[in-house]
Design a binder for this molecule. Structure first.
Ligand code: CP
Length: 309
């Protein structure tokens, strides 16, 4: 049984809880049909105040594949928040209907606030530039499934390391595992924040280097985690336009990369990975999407304390 009642942040996950969820995710991945009635009679509420394709649909697919049902909204304009209803009241209301809630919101800290009035478990499906813990679970299940280990890996993370919530959550969780080296590849303006270096990388003795050019480091990597330069996080459109094409992964850059490199991306992508890379067997980002559904099935089962969880 997990120690947590809600999943609000990657910081909430102990190593034991994380490995329990991943172990169940692996079991579900191997034989999903065994779990097709695990959440019969249960209802998931999906409250999406910010756009999403993967997270919302993977949560909804996960609950449907577990035999449960889903209610919710994908556009807050269709909810009473438009009439001035507070987030706390919206969440308290939905928790009277649903057994578990997945919520995405543009404001940092919104999930924590919402959890204070929810009468059922609440999962943060992304809050602004802060946290996206189920993307991290997705990433960890992908790494364990395709690299068979979470240790002794050289991991390059490329793109927006300043605002990228998936990057922050992933590094936080990887701090639990020894022997990894991190290569942080970004333009100067989008470097990992100093507080994060101190509080996570340095505090956990995680070896890292920072660099500007992907070409300089790609050949040594075991994992390349690409990220999108996020237009919605910029106050200045000019700055976004200047930075948006900082990195474009294409077949040429991969010519001398390791044969067993895995290329990950939380998606959506814009221009940072050329579509020509999609047919490379090292490109895992669409398989990663599927891992996201399986790991969300595992998380829902664990938080609802389903029988075979
Ligand atoms: N990876 C991810 O969070 O994708 P969506 O924004 O489409 O949910």
């Amino acid at each position: 049984m997990l120690k947590i009642k809600n999943l609000l942040s990657a910081d909430d996950l102990s190593k034991e809880d994380l490995l329990e969820i991943i172990e169940l995710g692996e079991r579900i991945m191997k034989s999903p049909e065994e779990f097709s009635h695990s959440c019969d009679g249960k209802l998931l509420g999906t409250l999406f105040f910010e756009p999403s394709t993967r997270t919302r649909l993977s949560f909804e697919s996960a609950m449907n594949r577990l035999g449960g049902r889903v209610v919710g909204f994908s556009d807050s304009k269709a909810s009473s928040s438009q009439k001035g209803e507070s987030l706390r009241d919206t969440v308290r209301t939905v928790s009277q209907y649903a057994d578990i809630i997945a919520m995405r919101h543009p404001q940092e800290g919104a999930a924590k606030l919402a959890s204070t009035t929810s009468d059922c478990p609440l999962i943060n499906a992304g809050d602004g530039g802060h946290q996206h813990p189920t993307q991290t679970l997705t990433d960890i299940l992908t790494i364990t499934s395709y690299k068979k280990r979470l240790t002794n890996l050289k991991i390059g993370i490329c793109g927006d390391l300043k605002y990228g919530r998936t990057v922050h959550s992933l590094l936080k969780v990887m701090s639990m595992f020894d022997g990894n080296e991190y290569v942080l590849i970004s333009p100067d303006e989008l470097k990992i924040p100093s507080y994060f270096k101190e509080q996570v990388l340095d505090a956990n003795n995680m070896p890292y280097t920072e660099c500007l050019n992907l070409e300089d480091v790609i050949d040594d990597l075991d994992i390349l985690y690409m990220t999108r330069i996020q237009k919605e996080r910029f106050f200045s459109l000019q700055k976004y336009i200047r930075l948006k094409d900082s990195y474009v992964l294409d077949p040429k850059k991969l010519e001398n990369a390791k044969k067993d490199l895995i290329i990950m991306h939380p998606l959506p992508r814009v221009t940072e990975i050329s579509t020509e890379v999609d047919s490379d067997p090292r490109a895992l980002y669409f398989k990663q999407v599927k891992c996201g559904m399986y790991v969300r099935m595992a998380l829902i089962m664990k938080l609802l304390e389903a029988n075979n969880a």
